[in-house]
Design a protein around this ligand. Structure first.
Ligand code: FES
Ligand code: FES
Length: 176
């Protein structure tokens, strides 16, 4: 049995030792924004924030997340963040499947680097893929959110690693 803190609330899970964080969040807690596409850490659709750092939850064992703060896009309820508002304003989505992951990764990026260059945005979001190809609009949304965040910082510690790199490192540690 493990205890997970998700979106500010504590949940107890009897998941198996090898259960992925993705499965617990989707199947036990019903958090539909955490989406599986590739299942191998290559797309970022399953991105969540773990102590403020974006990780691919398909590559993270649930048990290792005890005593860590897990956030999904549902954390804010109906209140839109500056990043979410920017994605809406810029039309930075088509089917929307990738959007929660992009929003969370962008939130982490701007918390650590409120005014990233275009190259820094591309580098940080490299672990998030959009099959609809809305990259121009996504870049515009990140720039708009950057302006809003710089004016009103949403302070959140973060790492400069991409979700894919971070999650792969966690998995490698657990399997060693
Ligand atoms: S489902 Fe693609 S990175 Fe997790
Ligand atoms: S908006 Fe469809 S995958 Fe990104």
């Amino acid at each position: 049995m493990i205890s997970l803190t998700v979106n500010g609330r504590t949940h107890t899970s009897t998941c198996s030792e090898d259960a992925r964080l993705l499965d617990v969040l989707r199947n036990e807690l019903g958090l539909g924004s955490v989406r599986e596409a590739c299942g191998v850490g290559a797309c970022g659709s399953c991105t969540v924030l773990l102590d403020g750092k974006p990780v691919s939850s398909c590559l993270v064992f649930a048990f290792r997340c005890e005593n860590q703060r897990i956030e999904t896009i549902e954390a804010r309820g109906n209140e839109l963040s500056a990043v979410q508002q920017a994605f809406l304003d810029c039309g930075a989505l088509q089917c929307g499947y990738c959007t929660p992951g992009f929003v969370l990764s962008t939130t982490a990026l701007l918390a650590g680097n409120p005014t990233p260059s275009d190259d820094e945005i591309r580098e940080y979001l490299a672990g998030n893929l959009c099959r609809c190809g809305a990259y121009l609009e996504i870049m515009a949304a990140v720039r708009q959110a950057s302006q809003a965040t710089a004016a009103h910082p949403e302070v959140r510690p973060t790492s400069r690693l991409s979700p894919r790199t971070e999650s792969a490192e966690l998995l490698a540690t657990d399997l060693a």
